[in-house]
Design a binder for this molecule. Sequence first.
Ligand SMILES: [Zn+2]
Ligand SMILES: [Zn+2]
Length: 247
Amino acid sequence: MSVVKSLLDLLYPPRCPFCSRILAADDPGETRFPPVGGDAAGLQRILCRRCAGELPWIERSCPHCAFPLEGKENKCHRCSGRAFSFKECCALGRYSGEIREVLHRFKYRGRKSLAEPLGKLLYRKLSLAPWISSVEFLVPVPLSRQRLLQRGYNQAFLLAGVLGRELSLPVLEVLERVKETESQTGLNRSQRAENLVDAFKCRQEFPERSHVLLVDDVLTSGATAHEASRTLQESGAGRVSVAVLAR
Ligand SMILES: [Zn+2]
Ligand SMILES: [Zn+2]
């Protein structure tokens, strides 16, 4: 097995998912870590040293909506007064620069294999969340049927698959988009929220008070996660947390 793996590594050397640089096994020097858990050696097999140090990773953030907190800020100006139906959110990085670009490749350019490194990084970030140990089920945010046919895959489902494997938790594809809500562009925040009301249906009842982790690639206004989480709660979930790659 290791011979096959070495041969494959020689033919297709593992590359950094963000900048495509070949990941050198003996990459020397200090690595400034993104704020994620797990061992350093394992991290160097996922991304290069430069990206580990320089990408817009989220360090300190609002425990409720994951929006990054600047400097000495300890109150979030993004969600104050706007309570989302989910209890907390964990986000790996900012939705900008190379993180935004990698998400575009993952989502729109067919790069399904990016689910693996991105999912592993998100898992490492999640391992630091104090609430992760009580999560029982993973639920990916679904695409509409039309969008799924166009794209051929749901990136949130692929991501949830990697997280489910790492966390040893079941991934349940129980949410369905019952309303075409794809044309969110050009709408303001309250119109977006309005557009999403009753957009989801849940095919399964959850055991009472169960803790569900909703998985998506990105959280921007939060309207999608809010509505999906509300639907899960109507189906019995007691607590919904959210995990996204970017915020
Ligand atoms: Zn890189
Ligand atoms: Zn917030």
